[in-house]
Design a protein around this ligand. Structure first.
Ligand SMILES: Cc1cc2nc3c(=O)[nH]c(=O)nc-3n(C[C@H](O)[C@H](O)[C@H](O)COP(=O)(O)OP(=O)(O)OC[C@H]3O[C@@H](n4cnc5c(N)ncnc54)[C@H](O)[C@@H]3O)c2cc1C
Length: 396
C-alpha cells in the first residue's frame, strides 16, 4: 500500500492548525487522527475560564479567517472575557469543522519506523504507513504525580487533569497542592461549589499575573514591555513572542526565559475569588496516609490535617518518552534534552520525518509553544518545511 505523505496525531489547537495549513499544499495526502479538543473538554475543570487573553486565543489558519472574532460573528453573539472554557471548546470544534472536516477520531496506539517511513497502528488494530508523522499530542501524558502521593487510593487523590467536575466536593475538605492557574482556579471552583478547601504552596508567595493589564494606563510603555500574548514578565514577554529570536540567546538564558514564563501563577481575576481560601505558602506535604476513610496529611512544619481528598495541581513535566504510542525502540533514537526532543527547522526531530508540535517543541522555540498563540508560528513553519520537502528523503 502506498504510504500517506503526512499523518497528524492529535486534534487539539496544534494538530488542527497544522492540518489547516498542510491542506493548502497541493497534492499532499494528509490523514489527521484524534478526538477534537478532547484535552480541553475532558481534562480541564468545568467552569474554568481561559488564562490567555483574547488576542492569544486564536487557532491559526492560513488566511486568518477562523479567529475567535470570526467565531463570535458566526454565533452572532459576544463572547465574554476571560473566555469561558466551554466557549473555547465550541470554537475549537467549529474551527475543526471549517478547516479539517475529514478527521478520523480513532487513537493511534503505536508508531514504528520502517522502510516506508513509519508504520502506525490504530486502536482498531488497523495499520498503515506514512512518510512523515506530526505528533501534536499535548501534555496529558506528562501530568506530574509527586512521589509522596504514589500508592494512595485513586478515589482519594487525583491529578487535576482527571478531575473535571469539582461539584462532588460539596461539603468535603479538600487539600489542593500547587500554585499554578489550574490549582488556584480549581480551589476557587471547589470553594464556590460549597467545599472546604485549602491550598498548599511550596513557594514563599503566590504569583499573580496581569501586570500588562495594570500597566495599560502607561500606554506605549506597556506595549513595549508586553506582547499581546502576555506570556512572561516585562521585556521577556516581547522576546518569547518571537520564537525565532530564542536561538540568539545562550542556552542558559533561553532556559531561564522558559522557566520564568511558565512558572506557576494565577490570573489576576482569581485574586478575589481566592480571598476566602486559606493558602499556606512555604509549605509542602511530607507524607499522606489513609486513616479511617480520610487522608492524614503531614506538612513540612510538622502540622497534620485530615482531608477527604487531595487534588494535585502539580503541573506537567514534558518527557516525550512517556507518550504511550512511542515505543522505546523509536524513542531511544530521539535526541532529547530533559525529555524535550531537540528539533530542527520545520519542527523535525533527530528521526527524519518525525515532528513534534506544542509543549515538546519549546526547548527550541520557547514557552509560546505551551499556548494556543504558538499555533501560528508552528503551523506556518511546519507547512513551509513540508511544502519544500514533502518526503523526508526527498523521494515521492
Ligand atoms: C488547566 C489548563 C488551563 C490552560 N489554559 C490555557 C489558556 O488559557 N490558554 C492557552 O493558550 N493554553 C492554556 N493551557 C495550555 C493548553 O493545554 C495548550 O495551549 C493546548 O492544549 C496546546 O494544544 P495541543 O494541540 O498541543 O494539545 P491538546 O489540546 O492537549 O491536544 C492534544 C490532542 O491529542 C490527542 N491525542 C493524544 N494522544 C493521541 C493518540 N494516541 N491518538 C490520537 N489523538 C491523540 C488528544 O486527544 C488531544 O485532543 C492550559 C492548560 C491547562 C492544563
Amino acid at each position: 500500500m502506498t504510504p500517506t505523505d503526512v499523518t497528524i496525531l492529535g486534534t487539539g489547537p496544534y494538530g488542527l492548525a497544522a492540518a489547516a495549513h498542510l491542506r493548502q499544499i497541493r497534492g499532499l495526502e494528509l490523514r489527521v487522527f484524534g478526538e477534537p479538543m478532547e484535552f480541553w473538554s475532558s481534562h480541564m475543570p468545568e467552569g474554568m475560564l481561559l488564562r490567555s487573553p483574547w488576542e492569544a486565543s486564536h487557532i491559526s489558519d492560513p488566511q486568518t479567517t477562523l479567529t475567535m472574532d470570526a467565531f463570535a460573528a458566526h454565533l452572532n453573539s459576544r463572547i465574554p472575557t476571560p473566555i469561558p472554557l466551554d466557549r473555547f471548546v465550541e470554537y475549537g470544534l467549529w474551527f475543526q469543522q471549517q478547516a479539517v472536516p475529514d478527521i478520523d477520531r480513532r487513537r493511534i496506539t503505536r508508531i514504528e519506523k520502517d522502510s516506508n517511513g513509519f508504520r502506525l497502528t490504530l486502536v482498531s488494530g488497523e495499520q498503515f504507513n506514512s512518510r512523515r508523522v506530526v505528533i501534536a499530542a499535548g501534555i496529558e501524558s506528562f501530568a506530574r504525580w509527586p512521589k509522596q502521593f504514589e500508592g494512595l487510593p485513586r478515589e482519594m487523590v487525583t491529578h487535576i487533569s482527571n478531575q473535571r467536575d469539582v461539584r462532588r466536593f460539596k461539603g468535603k475538605h479538600v487539600v489542593v497542592v500547587g500554585a499554578g492557574q489550574s490549582a488556584l482556579e480549581s480551589a476557587a471552583l471547589i470553594h464556590e461549589a460549597g467545599g472546604d478547601v485549602e491550598v498548599i504552596v511550596r513557594a514563599a508567595n503566590v504569583h499573580w499575573l496581569g501586570w500588562r493589564a495594570r500597566l495599560q494606563k502607561l500606554g506605549p510603555l506597556a506595549k513595549l514591555l508586553y506582547s499581546p500574548f502576555d506570556i512572561g514578565p516585562a521585556g521577556v514577554s516581547r522576546i518569547v513572542a518571537i520564537p525565532d529570536s530564542m536561538k540568539y540567546f545562550p542556552r542558559g538564558i533561553q532556559d531561564a526565559f522558559r522557566r520564568r514564563a511558565l512558572r506557576p501563577a494565577g490570573a489576576r481575576w482569581l485574586v478575589n475569588r481566592c480571598k476566602d481560601i486559606p493558602i499556606l505558602t512555604s509549605s509542602s506535604v511530607e507524607s499522606t496516609v489513609p486513616a479511617g476513610g480520610k487522608l492524614r496529611i503531614r506538612l513540612n512544619d510538622g502540622s497534620v490535617r485530615e482531608a477527604d481528598h487531595v487534588l494535585l495541581g502539580t503541573g506537567y513535566r514534558v518527557d516525550v518518552t512517556r507518550y504511550p504510542f512511542l515505543p522505546q525502540e523509536l524513542s531511544q533514537n530521539l535526541t532529547l534534552v530533559n525529555g524535550f526532543p531537540k528539533l530542527r527547522p520545520g519542527f523535525e526531530s533527530s528521526i527524519s520525518g518525525l515532528h513534534f508540535l506544542g509543549a515538546p517543541s519549546s526547548w527550541n522555540f520557547g514557552p509560546l509553544m505551551f499556548f494556543v498563540c504558538g499555533t501560528d508560528y508552528a503551523a506556518r513553519r511546519l507547512a513551509r518545511h513540508i511544502a519544500a520537502s514533502p518526503s523526508p528523503n526527498g523521494s515521492r
